[in-house]
Design a protein around this ligand. Sequence first.
Ligand code: GH3
Ligand code: MG
Ligand code: MG
Ligand code: MG
Ligand code: MG
Length: 312
Amino acid sequence: MKALVIEDTLTSATLVCHQLGKMGLEAVHAKNGEAGIEAFKSERPDLVLLDIIMPGMDGFEVARRIRQLESDGDWTPIIFLTARTSDEDLERGIEVGGDDYLIKPVSEMVLKAKVRAMQRIAQMRSSLLVLTRKLDEANRELTRLSSADGLTGIANRRRFDETLLKEWRRCARDGKPLSLLLIDVDFFKPFNDNYGHQVGDECLKAVARTLAQALNRPSDLVARYGGEEFGVILPDTTESGALAVAEALRGAVQTLGITHRFSEVSPVVTISAGLASTTPQRGDDSGFIALLRRADAALYRAKTEGRNRVVC
Ligand code: GH3
Ligand code: MG
Ligand code: MG
Ligand code: MG
Ligand code: MG
């Protein structure tokens, strides 16, 4: 631990530095306010002992400046050590940012006790900071978990809904098109029934991973929309752009080559996709519901028209 002693009277400073040394602290001396500020910046002390009456900048001003120099969350204990005995001075010392106020001459025992008290507060404070950091971390993790799908790890329905409204508004503001895909695994019920639920789950994980990898814009979002259904949000994407993306996704899943002997369209697992695009209008905050409905209707047509295809 390092203490900065800001004191113009050399005998006083020498004595205090010596006493601090006996307590196991490293003491740095500055002989006036200006030098004290500089030393504070360069030495980054853990404690400041501060005289009030000094030529040039007085101790009150030094304390005020130290508090301004500290960045958010920083705190260095300041103990005034002064010959001024009035209550008004003590009150002012605390007011400008001091933490304690001792009147010279101070006994070694009192100085030691006061320094220990400050050390204890500083220690509690840093424990609290560690705890706060852990809490922030836990909160972030909780947010992540609450928006991720437990099986596949991609975004869940809740995150999909939030993102859709957010992107809807953003595209409305920027006058950009927004495209939406609803994807459904073909003949997944017979897949499950024949290969078992566990294999079914593995299949869903692989499909989710493939969809996520096949998207290349950071603003694109793929989410697990329901059991074996996925939703894809494509901001700033026209219908023809989205059609290309959807075909790429369909191709990527087929290329995965997960054997499906019970599919009526292909020997491997395939997907069908319904696509809807629009340019959202400002102020039309519920317009995305119609977009979802259109994508759903398109998906239904993709199914009835033979599956393993994209329909707009
Ligand atoms: P279609 O081509 O018309 O979509 O036929 P399908 O068999 O895929 O359609 P359906 O909606 O009847 O079947 C969906 C099946 O998906 C039902 C269920 O067995 C399976 N499924 C839904 N969620 C999960 C899941 O989390 N894990 C597993 N293993 N299977 C799921
Ligand atoms: Mg003095
Ligand atoms: Mg389905
Ligand atoms: Mg279905
Ligand atoms: Mg299905």
